[in-house]
Design a protein around this ligand. Structure first.
Ligand code: NCD
Length: 362
């Protein structure tokens, strides 16, 4: 049995296989209508969501299964102080698979280690969002006809934007991909993606502050919202919230076949006037998310049926004597969760928290 916590849990072959399944679902939806009959998906959403939760639910319903769950923490036992580990054990009694969104980095990882059914990370804090990446990959594949040899611009909140982190992790594994990271200095890409992925794999990337200057070289432009809920200081959010606004005028600087993605929700970073541009793919992207979630549910349920045992965690060589500096990591709130750090850079002696990937401190 397998869970999807990070997009790196899937190999490139598996990503390609999910894309192929999604395209087949699009071509022959009737062939899948009974695929998950009598199966139940639980959606545990401790943070607001429209697309992710509803597309998960629609995905399961279109596969002939049923859904149960909650859409805010206040209506779950978390409000009474129940731990993620206990919630995961309980939900395993009622559902065959679960999707979890949580404000704490690493919460779905803790759930997966305690659940006896597959767990899907539907967004954890400022960390990862692997199923949004699945939607993004299908969109790029359908819009551009390929996932290799692309220059991808990521614009906006690259620090707190979890969709950006997972997308870079996924696209870095395709041939000939380059990134242009467009953000204000305060919202640059964090180390766990920069060092663990881009630097480690030697992926070409540049960091710029001007969207206009970058525009002409991009094949894909991935716009993001400045993540208000992650800022400690509201004044900093106010200062940065309007850093980038994609307008019709700016679109004139772009290639004719560039495509614009956005995980949505949009606040004001894309002018509504851009929506009619054929290159604006963000509403098609939301639909693609449902097809990829269908493909993912099918894959994880099939694997769970073939092998119902939870994958063993390889924790040999972990350190437990460091402290995680990230106040939003699940390790600080979960009852009796041992701190755990794995060596991610032998030469530099960097140990990263297994839950949130921040560098541990003595
Ligand atoms: C994203 C998220 O939740 O991280 N939304 C989504 O799932 N489509 C992006 C965002 O909230 O800005």
């Amino acid at each position: 049995m397998r869970s999807l916590i990070s997009i790196l849990d899937l190999s490139v072959e598996e990503l390609d296989e999910l894309i192929a399944t999604a395209k087949d679902i699009i071509a022959r939806p009737e062939a899948y209508r009974e695929s998950c009959r009598y199966k139940k998906l639980a959606t545990l959403f401790f943070e607001p969501s429209t697309r992710t939760r509803l597309s998960f639910e629609a995905a399961m319903l279109e596969l002939g299964g049923s859904v149960l769950g909650f859409s805010e923490a206040s209506s779950s036992s978390a409000a009474k102080g129940e731990s993620m580990a206990d919630t995961a054990k309980i939900v395993s009694c009622y559902a065959d698979i679960m999707a979890i969104r949580h404000p704490k980095d690493g919460a779905p990882y803790v759930a997966a280690r305690n659940a006896s059914v597959p767990v899907i990370n539907a967004g954890d804090g400022q960390h990862n969002h692997p199923t949004q990446t699945l939607a993004d990959l299908l969109t790029i594949s359908r819009e551009m006809g390929r996932l290799s040899n692309l220059t991808i611009g990521l614009c906006g909140d690259l620090k707190y934007g979890r969709t950006v982190h997972s997308l870079i992790e996924a696209m870095s594994r395709y041939e000939g991909v380059k990134f242009v990271l467009i953000s204000p200095a305060e919202l640059k890409l964090p180390g766990f993606v920069r060092y663990n992925v881009l630097e480690k794999l030697g992926i070409p990337y540049t960091e710029v502050t001007s969207l206009d200057d970058a525009m002409g070289q991009l094949d894909v432009l991935y716009m993001t919202r400045v993540q208000r809920e992650r800022f400690d200081d509201p004044a900093v959010y106010e200062r940065l919230k309007d850093s980038y606004i994609l307008t019709k005028e700016k679109m004139e600087l772009a290639k004719e076949n560039m495509c614009v993605l956005h995980p949505l929700p949009r606040v004001n970073e894309i002018s509504v006037a851009v929506d009619d541009d054929p290159r604006a793919a963000y509403f098609r992207q939301a639909l693609n998310g449902k097809f990829m979630r269908m493909a993912l549910i099918l894959k994880l349920l099939k694997e769970a049926e073939e092998n119902p045992r939870r994958e063993k965690v390889e924790d040999g060589g972990w350190r437990h004597d460091l402290r995680c500096p990230n106040s939003r990591c699940i390790c600080h709130t979960e009852q009796e969760l041992p701190p755990a750090f794995r060596l991610t850079d032998r030469e530099a002696g960097i140990w990263r928290c297994v839950y949130c990937e921040q560098v541990g401190v003595e």
